[in-house]
Ligand binder design. Sequence first.
Ligand code: HEM
Length: 472
Amino acid sequence: MSTLTLAKSLTAADLKNNIQDIQDNVVAPILMRYGRHIFFKFTDGQKARAWLRNMFDRVNARQEEHGTRFSINIGFTYEGLRALGLSPRSLDSFPEAFRAGMQARAGEVGDVGPHAPEHWEAGLGGPDIHAMAWVRTDSDEGRDVASQVIRDEMEATGGIEIRFVQDTKALAHENGIGSEGEHFGFADPISQPPIDGADVPWYPGDGMQESDGHWRPLKPGEFVLGYEDELGPDGTQAPEPFELRVNGTYMVFRKLYQDVAVFRRYLATAAKSLYGSDDQYHQDLVAAKMMGRWRSGCPLDLSPDRDDLAIAADPERRNNFTYADDEQGLRCPLGAHLRRTNPRATPLKRATAVRRRRLLRRGVEYGPHLQDGVMEDDGVDRGLINLFIQADIERQFEFVQREWMNGGVFIGLDQNEQDPINGIGGEGSQMSVPGAKRPFLFDLPTFVTVKAGEYLFVPGLNALKGIIEQKF
Ligand code: HEM
């Protein structure tokens, strides 16, 4: 195990030394296409700790067995930490949103109607889900080999059951350029906040822009617990003790079903209504107005009227913009998915520091691509497994979802203005598209439905050992 630099609030320099203690997929994505997410219930805390003890050396280890390469990592729900016997002092020190769990927070983030927890799969977000292991590998067989390792250890100790399994397969690998793109056809991911002290390549536009125009990475405490954050020394200060939180983080798991056929059909309707034409150019333009990028990844802020593949392919340019010259949203609508989820220099009606609302996105697609040109649903389950990483679920994920995704007041629009891709949708929803002939869309269909979700604490390796040994 690594030797940790321990103090009450660590710096970016400390992060460099502590990287080995942070679980994989947090600071840097694991670039293996195939994933499996296994949700567990602990039926006996002592036996579950024995299972974790046996699994410990496999966490963060890139392993090869039966000719396949795979990695295994693990996070816990609040109920899971309780079942493992964490002390009341430590349990009580966790922030409220995490203790409540995603089901109980449904009202906070707009998981209502078709998105409500009563429709979710396998009781996720509720008290019977205690942990999630995520496997990353190169093939279908890799998933099975890793699952077998996990099951063998489960059989050896008992005290643990599998409640739900969700496979993923990245359609849009390595920035999506030249691949199929995510299910609606957009390159993803492109924009990720870089972390000061992490040795991960990043480009202009990924971080925060200073007044002199240069971009800088974000302080590590925005994403990893125990470190200085954008306001100064570690402002999170939870959970207690420091050794439990340091190098840990929170992962928000969201299973989001995407209705690709409805999305494709809607583009024609919306193009006609906004521009009076549903030719391919106008359908592509509508898709770009909703997303904030053309499907290639080229941002509207840099090229509002036509896709530009040279920009899309250039990592130095494709994220290098701020919306500073587009206060009205004539280039990129204020309510586009991209502009809402990271408004950059957009003036906000409700003052908030954008740098405190950033999310690391480790999401991956599930289900097969709906063949190009198919306009009818084939009944196959497909969508996105969002995995958001942050230091504070309430300040980051929940805020973005509630304030920026599900309403428009923060950018001076109507409260009925929701994220056109991922909003609640349905009757009463709307989107304004400045510059279009008839600049409003009304009653947008629900393209994305929440199917399940979970809030997980992802401890550093030393903390994981401490949890197993009941040190906290
Ligand atoms: C199925 C649902 C979703 C789809 C299809 C989707 C798709 C995309 C795409 C294609 C991009 C542009 C690529 C990029 O700039 O990296 C993007 C960016 C982003 N999305 Fe989503 N997304 C979904 C849900 C969400 C949710 C639920 C959140 C947060 C609560 C979110 C937060 C973000 C953020 C923060 C960015 C980067 C914005 C920037 O830095 O400019 N997305 N999304």
